[in-house]
Design a binder for this molecule. Structure first.
Ligand SMILES: O=C(O)CCC(=O)C(=O)O
Ligand SMILES: [Fe+2]
Length: 273
């Protein structure tokens, strides 16, 4: 009974993906030599997507992450917010949705992450950005590999000129970026591995770019990589000094994690139940 609503949302997600399965498979397959990805628009009926957007908290009521790496607002402790947010997040963890997305991407043994380690909701307002980075390779206990990133955007009338575009760098930061703008009611799915560089361009409008975020994990990595990496940031093309600083920052954090498996402080970005 309790999960009726998330089941109902999952039905819509499942059906929309299923109806487009072949095209999505083709797209993921075509991109997977670089960074496998696909996106699908009109994921949910417009009124549900709008209600999800309206249920986002204000940025003052979530956690800010602000450094030269990134500047954005996040929350994973979902029992503190409008319950619809928890329903939509966990709809993406419905076993039918997880299995269908695994199938589309050609991955086996995928599991969602009920701890919302680095998942949950994210909000980006004017001046917010995410520098190019690789997501942490693992889950919170470093037992599973992070293999897919699901980003569902819900801000009405968001367009590419507002910034906040997802940029994927299949040929690295010296190559061209594939841009997926954060269009209302769009789900973007991308592979995460040791070469899946991605970023979010600076938001330059007064609105807030709202996103529902989920990661999927597996006991096997996407490519034949063997070792752990922390979330690793770089400068954008042209940001020479930022790039040097971020490379140093990543190697220091990597060094710490080699010494102390779980880092020196507990990562606050999880859902404590
Ligand atoms: O918000 C997005 O489009 C990307 C988010 C992301 O890459 C991250 O949180 O690691
Ligand atoms: Fe990321």
């Amino acid at each position: 009974m309790k999960h009726l609503y998330r089941d109902h949302i999952a039905d819509f997600i499942y059906n929309r993906l299923k109806d487009n399965e072949d095209a999505l498979k083709k797209h993921f397959d075509l991109t997977s030599s670089g960074v496998g990805c696909f996106y699908i628009d009109d994921l949910l009926p417009d009124d549900i997507a709008t209600r999800i957007y309206k249920s986002f908290p204000e940025t003052k009521d979530v956690n800010v992450k602000k450094s030269i790496r990134e500047y954005k607002y996040v929350a994973a402790q979902m029992d503190k917010y409008n319950p619809l947010l928890e329903e939509i997040i966990f709809a993406f963890q419905d076993v039918r949705v997880v299995n269908l997305i695994s199938d589309i991407c050609g991955y086996d043994a995928i599991q969602p992450d009920s701890n919302l380690y680095a998942g949950g909701i994210s909000m980006m307002g004017k001046g917010n950005y995410l520098n190019p980075h690789l997501d942490n390779s693992h889950d919170k206990d470093r037992a599973l590999w992070r293999v897919l990133n699901l980003l569902y955007y819900v801000t009405p009338d968001w367009n590419p000129e507002h910034g906040g575009n997802l940029e994927i760098w299949p040929d690295g930061l010296k190559g061209e970026a594939t841009v997926i703008d954060a269009k209302f009611n769009r789900l973007a799915v991308m592979a995460t591995h040791k070469k899946s560089w991605h970023s979010v361009s600076k938001v330059n409008t007064d609105g807030v770019r709202c996103c529902i975020s989920n990661y999927y994990f597996s006991d096997q990595p996407v490519s034949n990589e063997k070792s752990f990496h922390v979330t690793t940031f770089r400068g954008r093309p042209g940001q020479f000094f930022t790039d040097k600083l971020l490379q140093l920052d990543s190697s220091v954090r990597m060094g710490v994690r080699k010494l102390f498996k779980n880092g020196i402080r507990e990562n606050p970005h999880v859902y404590k139940k």
